[in-house]
Structures are given as structure tokens and as C-alpha cells.
Design a protein around this ligand. Sequence first.
Ligand SMILES: [Zn+2]
Length: 453
Amino acid sequence: MAIVFGCKKFYQFIFGKFFILRTDNKALEYILGPRKGIPQTADNRLQRWVYFLSGFRYITEHVSSKANANCDALSRLPIDDNIKLTNSKFSHVYFFDEGLISYDYKILANESKTDKEISQAIKYVMQEWPSNDTNLSGELKSIFEKRLELCVEKGCLFWGLRAIVPKNMRRVIINELHATHLGIVKIKMFSRSYVWWPGIDNDIERMVRECNICIIERKKPPHTPLTTWPYPSKAWGRIHCDFAELIQKLFARHGLPLHCVTDGGPQFRSDEFCKFLANNGVKHSFSPPYHPATNGAAENKVQIFKDKVKKIVKGGETVDNAINMFLFDYRSIDHCTTGKSPAYLLYKRELRTRFDKLRPCVVDHVDDKQRAQIVAKSGNRNVDFQIGDKVYVDDHGVRAEVRKEATIVRQDSPSTFVVVDKNDKRQKRDVDQMVSNKPTKLRRSPRLNQANN
Ligand SMILES: [Zn+2]
């Protein structure tokens, strides 16, 4: 807070200049430090601060609290002041321009207005909560407990990153969460990244238990003896296959695994397949005949897959749609055993899902902003370009080569230049569309470079 205040107060003095931000708060040093990125779960206020600070050039330095006495003295001086800490609402950080299919933040905001308790809670957040919950009724009591972590964006109430959903919308949201007939545990886990309301867990349980399709399809769990394979040391270390047809494609996309476990079916026994794995240095194991449990990972997945897809088809989807819908949800929800979503384990990133449109996308915007700054900063290869330099620029002509020679005649912005080619044609090019034949400097963080200067 003090850092943001300081940067606002001395804006005229520090903007555009390089400065050192000294704080006795280790966590802040980490969060505000250059090129760290904001944790996904950071609350909106913190995200706004980080966004604001991203406009400055600075490095952070840790000072022990003892050595920070000058600041403490100032903050304890009894003075009267009524300087406004923030004079603008930072809502422009939020961009809501995504194509939406069902509910979005606008509907959420409207429904919040008509929901008696949610709208009251929004009022409290904007003004002030009562000092205790004795006079609060029903849901307001549960919301009261979270009052310190609530915020309002564009008329929607958020608890951290989770939208607080008004009563009218809850049924549809649960339906959407259960669209692929995943079980209670999975849905709860999924919902926790997006939505909340008082009693959401009970509502989910009731809804899933009442799902006709799930009841009809429910069957006894198979007697699979518990055989666990050692947890692979890295993504794609060991794969369990049930079909041989697509394996070549899979390897092309994800690389070769160390170990491939299959059943003893003829397609896996074939010389061709065994040779293919051997040539690629992939260890091959068979599950014993008539004991598919050894290949439990694949068998299990196939069973879940068939079960869910069947249910989705019963709900009125085509088989192709059902397959894609199921795979998408299955891959984006944390897995009970690993605690991570399959997508994250393989790609080290979470997939964007249809529930993301319920919340404004701050992080993307801040990222864009930071990227733009990095391009604009001195210190990376781009500023090697000088007026008069011979460069190769991307050529978008109809019968053109990929690049053509040209000379820089003007610089329009840190990252755009005007060049003239040998036919005297003037063109504007971004640095990303320009290549120099001078040796390139090592690409480093611009802020690091400045710190060394
Ligand atoms: Zn169901």
C-alpha cells in the first residue's frame, strides 16, 4: 500500500526513471519483484497494484525491519491529512470482450442486482459491513465471514477469484459443471476455481445424486485389485496404451516416452510394433493375459471414458461432441490421485475453460501490458537497430521472398521503424519483422540489464 502510495505521490519524479524499491516485506519483494508474474490466486486489489507498478522501472531490495526505521518513524508521526490514496477506479484493467455462449459477467451482474442478499452484500462491500453478524440473515451470515476477502467488479461480487453466484443462476451453473457427468469430488474441485455461494457443496451433491442419467447408469464398481505403478518421474515418462493405431501420431506430438505398457493384443505383439518401440528406445511391457488390471491405468481410463460419453450422449449430444466434451473436462479438472489436472501435468499450464468467462481476465491483460513494456525497454536485441542500418524485413508482397533488404530511415516508437527498400518503397515494420545481420546480444531481462548499469 505504501509503495503504491509513494509511486503515486512522486509520480512526476520517478515515472520513466529507474529506481530501487526498498521494502522490509519479503513477500512483497517477491510479488513486486521484476519478471515474477502475479500468482493466479492473488486477490484483485493486489493484482491492481502490481498492474499499476508495472508501469514503472524498478528493482526491489529487501531491507530488514530494523534498518527500516526511517519509514516507521514517518508512518507513526501523528499528522492530519486527507490525501486521497486512489483517485481513479482501476476498473479499466478489466476487459470483457470474450465471445460467450451461456452465462457471462453481465448476466451475473444483473442477477446479482435482483438477488436480495447478494445485492445487500455488494452494498456492504462498497460501503461498510456491520461490525458483527447478529442482525444479518440467511446467506448474508455466511458471506459476512468472508467479508475481508470480497470485492466487487463490474457489479459482480467476487470472493478472491470465485464469482459469488446469485440464487437464480445456481441451478444452471451446477448443470454446466455436471454437463459431462463427472462425479461429485471432481465437480467440487472444479467449482472451487470459479464459483462459490453459501452451501455450494451441498447443492452440488444433491444435484449429482438426483441426475437421472447418472442413476440409471450407476453400476457396482469393478473388482480391480489395487496395483499401483510407480509414479513417473516426469511427464510422458510412462504411457499406458489400449489402441495401437494412433501411437505414432501421439509420439510425434509429445515425444517418446521411456516406457510403454500395453495388453497382449495382436496389434501390440506384432513385429512391426515391437520393432518400432525398440528402434525408438522405448521400453515395452505387456500386462499378463486375462489380467487387464496390470494395465489398469489405461483400462480404467477407457472405462471412465465409455461411461461418461454414454451419459453425455443420453443427454442429447452427438457421439463426437460427447467425446470432446468429456476429454476437455477430464483434462482440465484436477485429478484426485495427482492433485493436478492432466493438462497441467503434460503442458504445465491450465486449460482455459467455459467458466473462465465468469471472471474478468486481469492476468492476461497485465501480461500483455508487461510484454509491451519489455519490447519497449532498452537492453534487448531490438534497440540494436539504428537509423541508417541495413536490415532484412519481412516482405508481404505477392510474389515475394520471405525477407528483403532495406534501410532504416526513421524510428516511430521503441518497437516500430520505417524502412526503405531498394525500390524506394517506404514501409513500416515492427522489430519482430526485422532481422539484422549484426551479431545479436544475449537476450536478458531488460530490468536486469538496468540493475547492472
Ligand atoms: Zn449425471
